[in-house]
Ligand binder design. Sequence first.
Ligand SMILES: NC(=O)c1ccc[n+]([C@@H]2O[C@H](COP(=O)([O-])OP(=O)(O)OC[C@H]3O[C@@H](n4cnc5c(N)ncnc54)[C@H](OP(=O)(O)O)[C@@H]3O)[C@@H](O)[C@H]2O)c1
Length: 333
Amino acid sequence: MLSWYLPESPGRYAFGEVPDPVPGPGEVRIAVRASALNHMDHWLTEGRPRPPALPHVPGNDVAGVVETVGEGVTDWRVGDEVVVNTAIVPVEALARGVDSVLDLSMRLLGEHCWGGHGEYCVVPAHQLAPRPTGRSWAEAAAYPVCSTNAWRLFRKAGLQAGESVLVTGIGGGVATAAFSLALHLGCEVHVTSRDPLKRRRALELGATGAYDSTEPYPVTVDAVVDSIGPATWDHAFGALRRGGRMLVCGGTSGTTVELHLPRLFFRQLDVIGASCGSQEEFEHVTRLVADGLPILIDDVVPLEEYPRALERLQESRQLGKLVLEHPDPGIGA
Ligand SMILES: NC(=O)c1ccc[n+]([C@@H]2O[C@H](COP(=O)([O-])OP(=O)(O)OC[C@H]3O[C@@H](n4cnc5c(N)ncnc54)[C@H](OP(=O)(O)O)[C@@H]3O)[C@@H](O)[C@H]2O)c1
């Protein structure tokens, strides 16, 4: 198939022929219609992590049409329009419900195995959900990683309508997903960004307050969503009310932060981490998307223009998800 791939790691993506992925028992092959970028696309070029095998096909977020079904697959048929839950677990793990994603063998599509920035993508059939009705291919590809992860954080935190949330780095994919979801759940949402234009845009989109990510935040909130780490950690922690929750899903600016323990226990704070989401959570979010959850898309570009989209992400110029549009393979409706 024609695909973007990483020939070496660290390295730069190349476009060309790689072997067609073949679905095994219980798997399906999807003709990809749209795939979205994540910060992982960038991490992989730096060898953080190094993919388990090379060449490696990136792309964590995938929406498309079932093109081949492997042996034993009965729930899906050729032509079905689907989205993929990125956190791949064995089918037996699904019995653990929201904890299925804690399975030790969990792998991330596009990180530990080939992802979706090529013509085809092979995944276990139990990772699929029907494409949300009424949403574009780009929207279908833009929500699986980030909105599912945001929902897992909010569910773990027991976030309620009427609570206040601060989301750091609003330009980012997971940040915009948390922003939209928190608004949708009836929360009061504040944001930060280094970019004044993004702060202004967030206010237009419904943020109550928008602050410079690099200055102390002049607000006290019930929960903070942070995917940036050391660059925002102190200000983010400082914005929590007593009993507040720090919701962590990334570390774009680094992997290590300093935690002032008296601040943590005297102020009775919780620190909650989450990565991706279980199939149950993914299906819940898919229903929210079908019901109209806004998905913020920065740009949709043809598959060939992946390097341009990646550069935009690497330079933090985006506000929302960057999506690659794939050619129509002429399968299905
Ligand atoms: N746990 C999970 O399931 C999960 C899911 C998705 C992402 N992640 C992680 O979350 C992080 C963000 O991913 P993403 O795909 O949303 O990334 P992204 O789209 O590239 O966005 C990153 C945003 O972070 C802000 N930022 C970056 N460096 C900064 C710095 N030094 N100081 C202040 N702000 C900074 C910028 O916001 P402004 O432009 O507004 O300043 C930027 O737009 C990554 O670490 C990723 O690995 C985890």
